[in-house]
Design a protein around this ligand. Structure first.
Ligand SMILES: [Zn+2]
Length: 152
């Protein structure tokens, strides 16, 4: 297992959330394996290949210590459909939602796309699922099985 250079995870968080961070780091390192280079997204002209190059640049900055680790914390809110949200230091996950690890991995990747500057509307729209945070998060969720086996 590689060292964790990307996340500072609140130690009191449940194991599945901690594990999802390990898997998310590995998946981002290997983003070219699961983000199609010609993938197109709503709201940006950036292709899958371009997004991968941004991910790789960003990982290099975290690895060198040029950027502080992404701080992952938790909160409880059972009255919302949100499963996480970006914060100034990283993101936090909604622990009121019981989710499979695949969903947690997808959520980590979704939040990291926000940290890379990609956005989406707050309210549901027919195309929101095609924005970078949603689309790449769903790809990560759907392709996570082998990485979960590899990392955990
Ligand atoms: Zn979002």
């Amino acid at each position: 297992m590689n060292e964790n250079y990307l996340f500072f995870v609140d130690p009191s968080l449940p194991e599945d959330v901690k594990n999802s961070c390990k898997v998310a780091q590995r998946m981002l390192e290997k983003c070219r394996q699961w983000i199609p280079e010609d993938a197109k997204f709503r709201g940006t002209t950036h292709t899958g290949a371009f997004i991968c190059s941004r991910i790789e640049e960003r990982l290099t900055e975290y690895r060198s210590g040029e950027r502080n680790k992404i701080v992952v914390t938790g909160y409880y809110d059972s009255k919302t459909s949100a499963i996480g949200e970006t914060t100034q230091l990283g993101y936090r996950v909604n622990l009121a939602k019981k989710l499979a690890i695949q969903e947690r991995v997808g959520n980590s990747v979704h939040e990291i796309m926000h940290l890379l500057g990609y956005t989406h509307s707050f309210f549901w729209t027919p195309w929101r699922k095609n924005t970078v945070p949603y689309a790449v998060g769903y790809m990560a969720r759907d392709k996570s099985y082998n990485y979960i086996k590899e990392v955990l």
